[in-house]
Design a protein around this ligand. Structure first.
Ligand code: PLP
Length: 231
């Protein structure tokens, strides 16, 4: 079941109608594919309240949004999902994936309490020491000051891009949060996948190719992220 992003009423209707078939809701608090569009706070809080009421596990994919603050979007906005998926930054440049959350759920993966885990989680690269060492170093380098600087550069960039588009009378809006940004060639407010797709996709391709010719590699969907200096 696919729920429409930022549409609480429709999502509520779907969740209530299908509650007996749904074990979990998995979502990004910042929708990467929508130009890093942060979910409306009422939508995110509403989904949290509904999933608690209906006994549905709420899983946040913070693989990308974890970079907006030391605890990701969930800490920034004070919403507690039941489980969280992480990747990217926590690997310090090495391939990584991780998940964690509610104690009673994580205990099902724990083989240390005598006997096998309820849900075995074996893997060739689990707890890879090289990845974890690199990830730890990067996370230690990402001090609160570092996040503040990155995020204020992101705010500045988004604002300045919008000013440039307005000055050039190009119909465009810039979305994003923290160090993340996305560009949509539309006058309409982008709130979900459909409103994003109504933007001019040819302009996106033209921007992508134009920037490649200038030596700048943006994501093909005209989105990107600022980073610290990495050597
Ligand atoms: C938001 C988001 N979730 C999940 C993934 C998948 O992560 P992985 O490549 O570690 O499977 C990605 C990868 O780009 C992502 O951007």
């Amino acid at each position: 079941i696919v729920m429409p992003y930022n549409d609480l009423a429709k999502s509520e209707e779907l969740l209530r109608r299908h509650k007996s078939e749904i074990s979990c809701v998995i979502m990004e608090p910042v929708a990467s594919a929508l130009g890093y569009l942060p979910g409306d706070i009422e939508f995110l809080q509403g989904i949290r309240e509904l999933t608690l009421e209906l006994g549905i596990i709420l899983i946040y994919d913070e693989v990308q949004s974890f970079r907006i603050g030391p605890g990701g979007a969930q800490v920034e906005w004070g919403i507690n999902p039941d489980l969280t998926a992480l990747g990217k930054t926590i690997g310090g440049g090495f391939p990584v994936g991780a998940f964690g959350g509610r104690m009673d759920l994580m205990e099902m993966f724990d083989p240390s309490q005598g006997g096998a885990a309820t849900v075995p989680h074996a893997g060739t690269f689990n707890a890879n020491p090289m990845t974890l060492a690199a990830g730890q170093v990067v996370l230690e380098q990402l001090t609160p000051e570092c996040y503040d600087r990155l995020n204020s550069m992101g705010n500045d960039l988004r604002m300045r891009m919008q000013i440039v588009f307005d000055e050039l009378e190009v119909s465009a809006c810039v979305t994003g949060v923290g160090s993340l940004f996305g560009i949509h060639f539309t006058n309409e407010k982008v709130v979900d996948y459909r409103s994003m797709l109504r933007g001019d996709q040819d302009m996106r391709k033209a921007l992508f190719l134009g920037l490649v010719n200038e030596g700048v590699l943006l994501q093909i969907v005209s989105a990107g992220a600022l980073s610290t200096v990495t050597t």
